[in-house]
Design a protein around this ligand. Sequence first.
Ligand code: CUA
Length: 290
Amino acid sequence: MRQRFWPAIRGFAPLFALLLLTSVAGAAPRETNLWWMPDVASEGGKKIDELIYFILFLTGAVFVLTQVVYIFFLVKYRHRKGVRAHYSHGNNRLEVIWTAIPTAIFIGLWAYSNHLWWNVLHTNPPADALEIGVTAYQFAFTFQYPGADGKLGHSDPKLISNDNPFGNDPDDPQTKDNFVSSTLELPVDRPIQVRLNSKDVIHAFYIPQFRIYQDMIPGRQIDWVWFTPTKIGTYQLACNQLCGSGHYNMKASIEVVSQADFDKWNQEKSKPAPQPSPSPSPAAQPAAAK
Ligand code: CUA
C-alpha cells in the first residue's frame, strides 16, 4: 500500500511546491523579530504572550533539570571493570510522586490558560467599544463602520448578498448611516468589537501582532471577538484559511491611529456621499445596504 502511495502522488509534487511558494507570496515580509514572535500590539496579546513565556520557561527548566539528572546518573553508573550491575525494581512512592506533580502542573496550566482565554476573548467588551463589521469573500475583506450614531444596527447573515455584504437589516434605522471601508482603520487604546461574516467559504480573521485568530464562517455571524490595539502603526490582516486560488493574496491593511486622527477619518467618511454619480468601481467596493 505504501509503495503505491508515493508513485501516485509524485506527479503532483511540483504543484505542491508551487502552492507552498505562492501561499506566502502575497504576505508582507517580516523585517523585525525574524526568529521570535512578531511584536505584540494589543492588550490581550500581552497576556497571551505572558502565558507563552511562562509555559516556555517552565518546560525549559524541567527539560534542563531532567537532562542534568539523566546525564549525571549516566556518568555515575557507567560501565567499570570489576563493578557488578545492580537490578532495581523501581520505587512505587517515587513513581506516584513524579506522576502526580506533572499532572497537577498540567491541570493548573489548563485552568490558567482557559481562564485567560475566556478573559481575553469571551468576556463582554467594555461599553465604549467600537463596533466594526467585517465581511470576507473570495478574495478580499471589506469593513463597515457605524457612522454618526455609533451603532451598526441589526444584521443577519441570512440577508447577506452582493448588494448587502454585511447582512444589514433594512428595517433598522441604525444601519442607514453605516459606511464601508477597504482598510481597517482603528483608534489606538480603544476596545474594538468585530462582527465577522463570510459571503462564500471559510476565511479567517488573523492578526499576528494582536494575537487574534478567528475563522469566518458563511451563514454564521461571529460577534464575540474583541481586542484593544496598543501601538500606532500599520499592520496586515491576512486570511489564514486556504480558501481558493486567490488565497495567497487575500489581505487587508490595518491602520492603528490616534483617536484624533481616527475622528477626522471617521467624520470624513461619515459625510453623505454626493448623490447620483455612479460609483466608478462597484465591484471592488460593495456599498452599504440602502
Ligand atoms: Cu480567504 Cu484564504
